[in-house]
Design a protein around this ligand. Structure first.
Ligand SMILES: [Zn+2]
Length: 283
């Protein structure tokens, strides 16, 4: 990433009073990069002006304990005050946040950073697309995004799993953009099933944002796997005597008893077929 991200701003440096608060432009402004997230930009802005983000927000009259909250809820007043302090257009400041989203997209967008590009994250840079559960490769440099908490930088993960997970991530993006409730249900059913196999509890939407690489990758790979004959694959798993497979089935098809019954029927037919061929081979 280009390190020339800090630039003296040439726009108007005039102080303005906004709703009783006199906003004074900061001595140093910072040029945002395409797709930069507001909270990350505010952090860089604060660092360049040798202060903490909380102090910067207090200085410009914004009552927010955490800058990250502004990524999802920025009113016009706050946008105006930031725009004067940083000398950027308020509409541009607003464009660095997540606008109102449909519920599914919101649940697939992390409230806190969970992954980053190690090549581009220098200097506290944070991009909007990194927060999406379906984001897999950095849109700036193409490198694979890695979990923030992963000290091994993904070295222990198999390439086969990474490839499958990348396919699952592309499918998840298509599903999220399409807004199809049926396709989303199918994808999340696959994630729930994968969680069951791994004996994991919790919200499947959070599992897709897990800082533990094996969990996130396994769940994304499950979405790719569920694109063809998901019921047969579930039946194959359920034929194992592994209790986790049964728990996974019950959790994934909890609200769809008809599908669960179908999986059981397929498994039963498979068992009969296997049993039949074993008998005939014994004869
Ligand atoms: Zn990058």
């Amino acid at each position: 990433m280009d390190t020339g991200l800090v630039a003296p701003c040439k726009r108007s440096a005039t102080a303005r009073e906004i709703w009783g608060v006199t906003c004074i432009p900061l001595p140093i402004s910072v040029t945002p990069v395409p797709d930069e997230l507001l909270s990350g930009w505010l952090s860089r802005l604060a660092a360049s002006n040798h202060c903490e983000v909380a102090d910067l927000l207090a200085h410009i009259g914004i009552d927010a304990k955490y800058a990250a909250a502004l990524d999802f809820d920025l009113d016009m007043l706050a946008a105006d005050r930031i725009s004067v302090a940083a000398r950027f257009d308020p509409a541009f400041v607003s464009s660095m946040t997540f606008a109102a989203m449909p519920e599914a997209e919101m649940r697939l967008t992390a409230q806190v950073p969970f992954q980053a590009c190690t090549s581009c994250a220098d200097g506290g840079l944070e991009l909007r697309h990194w927060r999406r559960a379906w984001a897999f490769d950095c849109q700036i440099c193409g490198a694979r995004l890695l979990p923030k908490a992963d000290r091994q930088n993904g070295a222990a993960v198999s390439e086969k799993l990474v490839d499958r997970a990348r396919r699952g991530a592309r499918i998840l993006e298509r599903v999220a953009v399409s807004g199809s409730a049926r396709q989303l249900r199918r994808a999340m059913r696959a994630v729930t099933f994968a969680m069951g196999l791994k004996a994991l509890c919790g919200d499947p939407f959070f599992a897709l944002q897990s800082p533990r690489p094996n969990i996130r990758l396994f769940c994304l790979a499950a979405i790719a796997s569920a694109q063809s004959r998901p019921l047969v694959k579930a039946a194959l798993c359920s034929m194992d005597i592994d209790v986790y497979a049964r728990v996974a089935l019950l959790r994934a098809y909890d609200k769809e008893p008809r599908l669960l019954a179908t999986v059981d029927q397929i498994a039963q037919r498979m068992r009969l077929r296997v049993g039949g061929s074993a008998t005939s081979s014994q004869i």
